[in-house]
Design a protein. Sequence first.
Length: 111
Amino acid sequence: MAAKKVAAKKAVAKKAVAKKAVAKKPAAKKVNSAFMKPMTISAELALVVGKGPMPRSEVVKKLWVYIKKHDLQDAKNKRNINGDAALVAVFGGKKTVNMFEMTKLVSKHLS
């Protein structure tokens, strides 16, 4: 009698586990619409990354493409960016900025 009860409990437990496995579906990845919101770009920044409204993440990607293309990263300290004429206008007149400071300075050119 006790063996039947144990077997019945195991069968119920297996069904519950099977239902959970079937019912669980991977949730679709939510995109933060505020993060991907197109921002207007100032004239100084448009010379570097191009015209048109684009998300902040895309601006930073294009900025890094520009920096790598023109070899503006400091050779000794890779965290520093040596600005050319176009970037000095974006950086508020600073010749050399830290990569973390760079994002703060670029955000002033986005609205």
